[in-house]
Design a protein around this ligand. Structure first.
Ligand code: FES
Ligand code: FES
Length: 237
């Protein structure tokens, strides 16, 4: 192109750095900007397995998990970081994986929904969602379970209010949340009964939800103490 500087040099005769980009218009220098490197090396442990990959710097962790590693249990439910369907544990901290870059997790340890079951046995939280019908379409469920799992790790016997507070970052379009709360209470009961932990939180004593029959059945709710039967709030806390 007439008037253009030679390749590798800007129109002041300076050589471009490896990551510099020159924007020109009709041979005139308009801007010179830094560009991110094309690929970044990531070494990460996910559910006990180590992976090494070269990723674009802009790649989100949720897409890395789903598309690079094939771990599609972590869902993408929004593009505003509100739904919580993408929740995983990153070095023991609960994160929305749509808010983290894959390049940021280099050297980290990640737990996804696929890593919860051990030796073919569901984690008590997964079992709770099964027993208490804590889902309908299931789209929000991986994130709900991961957030609930994190809650029960730091508070082994949460109250209903504490459960609802812990799940504020997870949205469900189907269930009305009642059975999700029951599922977490069921899991807390399993952990305490099984001696997996002692209560560390401020949860009060309560009868645990029965495991048989549909939880919406009024008799079942009454048998459980009617705690949720009288709750008119059928939405997120
Ligand atoms: Fe909705 Fe991450 S995909 S919060
Ligand atoms: Fe459908 Fe929660 S079960 S979004």
């Amino acid at each position: 192109m007439p008037g253009s500087p030679p390749v590798g040099r800007n129109n002041r005769g300076r050589r471009r750095g490896a990551n510099n980009a020159i924007i020109q218009m009709e041979g005139t220098l308009v801007a010179e900007t830094m560009m991110a490197p094309a690929k970044v090396a990531v070494n990460v442990t996910v559910n006990g397995s180590t992976y090494t990959a070269e990723v674009e710097p802009r790649l989100l962790l949720v897409h890395f998990l789903r598309e690079n590693l094939g771990l599609t249990g972590t869902h993408v439910g929004c593009d505003t970081s509100q739904c919580g369907a993408c929740v995983v544990q990153l070095d023991g901290q609960t994160v929305k994986s749509c808010t983290v870059l894959a390049a940021q997790v280099h050297g980290s340890d990640i737990l996804t929904i696929e890593g919860l079951a051990k030796n073919g046995e569901y984690d008590p939280v997964q079992q709770g969602f099964w027993e208490m019908h804590g889902l309908q379409c299931g789209f929000c469920t991986p994130g709900m379970i991961m957030s609930s799992y994190a809650l029960l790790q730091r508070n082994h016997n949460p109250t209903e209010k504490e459960i609802r507070h812990a799940l504020e970052g997870n949205l469900c379009r189907c269930t009305g949340y009642q059975n999700i709360v029951r599922a977490v209470q069921y899991a807390a009961g399993q952990r305490v009964e099984g001696g997996a932990s002692t209560a560390a939180g401020g949860g009060e004593e309560r009868p645990m939800p029965p495991t048989g029959g549909p939880p919406h059945d009024p008799e079942t709710v009454a048998e459980w103490g009617g705690e949720l039967a009288g709750t008119s709030d059928d939405s997120a806390s």
